[in-house]
Design a protein around this ligand. Structure first.
Ligand code: HEM
Length: 461
């Protein structure tokens, strides 16, 4: 069996990923002709202003553009230029069911490659995407997830025990700490507290990369200079610890009986470099998203006392359909990811428009999930009871995207969110602080503007 340092000698370093990311994958689409076709109408505002509005104010800007231009319109925003946004239910269904040879999703994420590596489902497209996705599916089956619920409960109880009574704090910061801990312990299976803390601290550094750190992506030579030199060191250190865990698990004789995701991923003769990329992919895709989803869920529950009253009697039940409805409804009115992105490899008819090959299209999750023509006149309201109606339009509920790229961790995330809601509400009474939270963009997620400020008013357990 190889030692960790032998494994490290054979696996790509942060620097290799930095220099290799632009050439390593099929990014060259010069063979895809971008036919000059008239795109759907859209704003004539200068591109720079549109870019600022799209990246900074999407939840406010896009609904205004829908009002002005209809279900499908064209924007002009860096880094790709012309983008067709659609909330048209038929167009979105069509995009999700079209062959992944024709509709690509990975290249929209290529900027993540220096972090997640060249083996990540997030950045791959057909034909490499499907086998990579297939490797990740087994640990996310329902039966496997049921085995980790108690680990999620324990992590939540530990976290809630640290919350101060009678003092305000932004809940989002605490849900971020919690979802990171759940990834370290449940996905990576690190159960020793000292190792879990060391790995969690190292990964927190990776997750806090800012735009200025990422300047290295376009100018890799910067890695020699401060502060980028330190960033490389941080990323290398996180890799070091991840490879250590991978080796530890490969050598663990009890691996088959362990419930964590990593134990399944190292089965057989899996290449440690691939497993490393898979772990970082799950961290990148599953940490911030679930933390934001939880912050919104509590913000909504606490501002709707009638919902809290209905939740309480079911807290002793392992499965309460109303708790499921509450989480689904929170992900509907406050989707964490505003839209997904696809690139057409062939011309397509969508929403009554002929779109050329090469075109980027953004199916709008938020647009579809709050459309009053589908959800009724109270579409913008948080009303979990709607999930008790037999004719709830669940086809228009897409917080996890859709088709062959639908979120791999959807069931994991929904289970985690329900488990955290239940455990927190059994342990403390909370109240919100300040006004109803507005939506704000943070990288690619839509977060509560002030981080969902709350106060613990009483400890129940
Ligand atoms: C509330 C929490 C979450 C939300 C809202 C969310 C949402 C999404 C969305 C919108 C996509 C893109 C789907 C598309 O393009 O059609 C996605 C992809 C993905 N998510 Fe999640 N996610 C969440 C949690 C998680 C968790 C916990 C994990 C894993 C531990 C995870 C792993 C992934 C992966 C691996 C992909 C890429 C799938 C592929 O390209 O084949 N997500 N997620």
């Amino acid at each position: 069996m190889a030692t960790t340092s032998e494994v490290r000698d054979q696996t790509p370093s942060t620097r290799d990923r930095l220099y290799g990311w632009k050439t390593a994958a099929p990014l060259d689409h010069s063979h895809v002709p971008v036919t000059p076709i008239e795109l759907p109408p859209g704003p004539r505002t200068p591109g720079l202003l549109q870019t600022v509005l799209v990246w900074g104010y999407r939840p406010h800007y896009l609904p205004r553009m829908h009002e002005k231009f209809g279900d499908t319109f064209t924007l002009n925003s860096a880094p790709v230029g012309r983008l067709v946004v659609t909330r048209d239910a038929d167009a979105i269904r069509e995009i999700f069911r079209t062959s992944p040879d024709i509709v690509h999703a990975g290249e929209g994420n290529s900027l993540l490659r220096p972090l997640v590596g060249n083996n990540s489902v997030l950045t791959l497209d057909a034909p490499e995407h499907q086998p990579a996705r297939k490797r990740l599916l087994p640990p996310f089956h329902g039966a496997r997830i049921a085995r980790v619920v108690s680990l999620m409960e324990e992590a939540t109880a530990r976290e809630v025990a640290t919350w101060p009574v009678g003092q305000d704090f932004p809940l989002l910061e605490r849900t971020q700490a919690l979802t990171l801990d759940i990834i370290v312990r449940v996905v990576m299976g690190v159960d020793d507290p000292a190792r879990a803390k060391r790995l969690g601290d190292a990964l927190r550094g990776v997750l806090s990369l800012g735009i200025s750190d990422m300047l290295m992506w376009v100018a890799p030579g910067l890695h020699r200079y401060w502060p980028w030199r330190n960033v490389i060191r941080q990323l290398d250190y996180a890799d070091e610890l991840l490879y250590e865990e991978i080796e530890r698990r490969r050598n663990d004789p009890d691996r088959a009986s362990r419930p964590d995701v990593l134990s399944m991923l190292v089965d057989g003769d899996a290449d440690p470099a691939i497993v490393r990329d898979e772990l970082v992919t799950m961290l990148a895709a599953g940490h911030e998203t679930t933390a934001v989803g939880l912050a919104w869920t509590f913000e909504l529950i606490l501002r709707h006392p009638e919902v809290l009253d209905r939740l309480r009697p079911g807290l002793d039940d392992d499965k309460d359909p109303y708790r499921t409805a509450v989480v689904k409804e929170a992900l509907r009115v406050r989707p964490v990811i505003y839209n997904v992105a696809r690139r057409l490899m062939e011309p397509m008819q969508l929403g009554g428009f002929s779109l050329p090959a090469g075109q980027f299209v953004l199916p709008s999750i938020a647009g579809l999930q709050t459309d009053p023509r589908i959800w009724g006149s109270d579409a913008a309201e948080f009303r979990p009871e709607r999930w008790e109606d037999s004719d709830v339009p669940s086809h228009a509920w897409i917080p996890f995207g859709g088709g062959t790229r639908r979120c791999l961790g959807a069931l994991f995330a929904q289970t985690e969110m329900e488990t955290v809601v239940r455990t927190v509400l059994r342990q403390v009474e909370l109240r919100t602080v300040g006004d109803v939270e507005k939506q704000r963009m943070h990288h690619i997620t839509v977060v509560p503007k002030h981080g969902a400020r709350v106060q613990v008013t009483n400890r129940l357990a």
